[in-house]
Write a protein that binds this ligand. Structure first.
Ligand code: ADP
Ligand code: MG
Length: 684
């Protein structure tokens, strides 16, 4: 006898009405088996709820029910075309029902028959042009008609019929994959029930229930696969256990001039745990601008040093590398750690000396640009690589490191807060730590939204600030379609401001400058040789000029909230009150809402969630974004709480012994087995 699972794996062609040709067409839709058909969920539902006639809107697709009052009349025109009309009494109103090319229905219609009709409503002629007819009163279980995606010669009607058939034959005892404990604690419907409810929902409530169950199932299995995979990968690669005493890290933290925030403590704990673990660390550290990621990095690198390893901190630009090297030397002042800077402009003898220090292990910490883990640089014992500011380095760079004989722990730091759960689904193979708290005592940035007409007043304000010794950023309009127009805009704005602000130096920065030119401009701004910096969004990347206290953003409504927040993070870094001016005349309600949110909120995580809500994940990550998992039913935006729940559940499942042994988890285990993830590597 076949098990239920084997039955579901039978080809769709065993169903009545699916011949060879249709089977091929189904296969083109990716539907091979009975199982596939059951999982071909409707992408929407037609509402067939019966409504009172007075409420029906002209031109809508509606469903009405009534009794036949007249002989049906048929008119033929042409050879095959016909028009059948019949009068129906619906709640004491006489309505005409019209059927095209279905003259054969005439013989079935008898005066007094009850009909339920769905079709297009003409309010003025009290006529319905019928698409679907059922004899009898409306069937409450058919009020929500599933609509399936179809293709080739397959119609929605056929697809529905086959799926109904599959449900009747196999849907009643589909094997459950979720364990009883999860079903009951989340009050999820059984799989059989849910299959019925999603294909033939009795009402909206049932549909919601079915969806909830499948969403959870999909997200849980996704998380199980991902987390098991991650674990396998880590086990397969030679681990890197750092042995150090956490108390000594604590001693270092005590030397800092300020107490750590709770969030900083938490993430330091997460990171050092990873480092002590034989599994290789692959972690994303996200924290708002100014949340104090550098200290966290410093603590991790200190721990690595205690364990006898060297650390590398990679940043995107030379100026950032210099800033970080200086900052770290201060933080390590009492520890005697040797921080070495390595950038493109370190040349000749100096470079040879530093390379030797790195090679011989005298350099404990090496700060530099991308080049530092490549080319001529060789470490004695590289144990930890940290990259700052969206400087993700991918599989290729990790391979380079591995080829050099390092299996370092890896920490990515980013100041773009992504809602945590989304980060997890996007950066699937990474763990995520979030610093969701700013150090106390920060002066909040004052943000104002103004219309473009206010430009002169704003410029006078900038002039005044500069005269008080401050500096300002002016961010130019963003033109999505054209890089060149961006640049042109920046050039225009620069010229305009030079005229207006004649008492100060106005610098210009845009994407067409070479990286040396950019560095020069940035250096000049950091040294206060330039007081006002006109720039396109290239300035986003983690530059620290604490004396800058004003930012003016042209056409602010063209930016996403997260991006505005990133930009705004360039100011408010010093002791001075800082001001961000958003210049925008947004047309829609949505744009105005976003400007209001920017005025009211300074929390990056809140903003990124709002961004997500208002713009969706595609926009959120910009045009380049990809790598979002492709779910059948779950939606990372709307279901991201479920995603978080599933992630936690998956983590505790794969860590438990019972998951790998108990019968109740057999269903989930077999999903892992089928995906091939368990192949080859031994667990535990
Ligand atoms: P980011 O996360 O943007 O990289 P930084 O690490 O540059 O932030 O920290 C921003 C500033 O806050 C630095 O001047 C740093 O010394 C300071 N800082 C970091 N942590 C704390 C803290 N717990 N209390 C007070 N100041 C802190
Ligand atoms: Mg930083």
């Amino acid at each position: 006898m076949k098990t239920m699972d084997e039955k579901l794996k039978q080809p769709a062609g065993i169903l009545h009405g699916i011949g060879e040709e249709k089977e091929k067409e189904l296969q083109q839709l990716g539907l091979f088996t009975i199982y596939d058909l059951l999982h071909h969920f409707p992408y929407r539902y037609e509402n067939m709820e019966v409504e009172p006639v007075e409420k029906l809107r002209h031109g809508d697709r509606v469903t009405i029910a009534g009794m036949i009052q007249s002989e049906p009349a048929v008119r033929y025109y042409g050879r095959k075309k016909s028009r059948l009309s019949v009068r129906i009494l619906v709640e004491n109103i006489l309505v005409t029902a019209v059927f095209f090319n279905r003259a054969f229905l005439k013989s079935r219609m008898n005066s007094g028959d009850m009909l339920t009709l769905t079709g297009k409503w003409d309010k003025y002629k009290l006529t319905i042009t019928v698409q679907d007819v059922q004899w009898g009163s409306p069937d409450p279980s058919r009020q929500l008609q599933p609509v399936y995606s179809v293709g080739g010669g397959i119609t929605v009607k056929k697809m529905s019929r086959w799926i109904q058939q599959a449900l009747q034959a196999f849907g009643n005892n589909v094997e459950e994959v979720l364990p009883e404990s999860l079903l009951s604690s989340y009050r999820l419907s059984s799989r059989s029930e849910a299959f019925h409810m999603i294909h033939m929902p009795a009402d909206k409530e049932k549909l919601k229930q079915a969806r909830r169950r499948f969403v959870y199932e999909e997200l849980l299995t996704f998380q199980l696969k991902m987390q098991t995979f991650k674990r396998q990968e880590r086990l397969a690669s030679a681990g890197n256990t750092h042995e150090f005493n956490k108390a000594e890290v604590e001693t270092f933290l005590q030397t800092l001039p300020f107490p750590l925030t709770g969030a900083q403590r938490r993430v330091i704990d997460e990171i050092t745990k990873d480092m002590q673990d034989p599994l290789k660390m692959n972690r994303l550290l996200q924290g708002d601008v100014g949340s104090g990621k550098t200290v966290v990095a410093a603590a991790a690198m200190y721990a690595c040093h205690l364990a006898g390893g060297q650390s590398a901190l990679m940043v995107p630009t030379e100026i950032l590398a210099e800033q970080h090297a200086d900052g770290l030397r201060q933080l390590y002042a009492e520890t005697g750690l040797n921080v070495v800077l390595l950038t493109g402009s370190v040349k000749g003898r100096k470079r040879r000396e530093r390379n030797t220090a790195i090679y011989e292990g005298e350099a404990d910490i090496v700060v530099g640009t991308h080049a530092l883990i490549q080319e001529d640089v060789n470490f004695k014992n590289l144990g930890l690589v940290i990259t700052d500011e969206q400087h993700r380095f991918g599989v290729e760079q990790r391979r380079i490191l591995r080829d050099k004989g390092y299996e370092p722990d890896v920490l990515f730091m980013t100041a773009t807060p992504i809602p945590r759960t989304l980060a997890i689904s996007v950066f699937g193979d990474m763990d995520v730590s979030s610093i969701d708290e700013l150090p106390a005592g920060r002066k909040p940035i004052q943000t104002y939204w103004v219309k473009h007409g206010m430009l002169e007043r704003i410029l006078r304000f900038i002039d005044k600030q500069v005269k008080e010794g401050r500096q300002a950023y002016v961010i130019c309009p963003l033109i999505e379609e054209s890089d060149m127009l961006d640049v042109q805009n920046a050039i225009d704005v620069h010229a305009q401001l030079q005229q207006f602000l004649d008492s100060c130096h106005v610098g210009l920065m845009h994407g067409r400058l070479s990286s040396e030119e950019k560095e020069q401009v940035m250096q000049a701004f950091a040294a206060n040789e330039i007081q006002v910096l006109v720039s396109t969004t290239v300035v986003e990347v983690g530059v620290n000029v604490p004396n800058a206290s004003v930012m003016l953003i042209y056409d602010a409504d063209r930016f996403g909230l997260s991006q505005l927040h990133q930009l705004r993070g360039r100011i408010g870094r010093g002791e001075y009150q800082s001001y961000c001016v958003l210049m925008a005349d947004p047309k829609g309600e949505n744009g105005q809402e976003r400007m209001r949110i920017m005025q009211e909120t300074e929390d990056g995580f809140t903003l990124s969630e709002k961004d997500l809500e208002l713009r969706g994940p595609g926009d959120f990550f910009g045009r380049k974004q990809s790598g979002m998992p492709d779910f059948k039913i779950a939606d990372v935006v709307h279901d991201y709480r479920a995603l978080e729940t599933a992630r936690r559940d998956a983590a505790s499942l794969i860590q438990s012994r019972s998951f790998w042994n108990d019968q109740q988890y057999a269903g989930l285990r077999s999903i892992l087995e089928e995906s091939g993830i368990l192949d080859g590597t031994k667990l535990d």
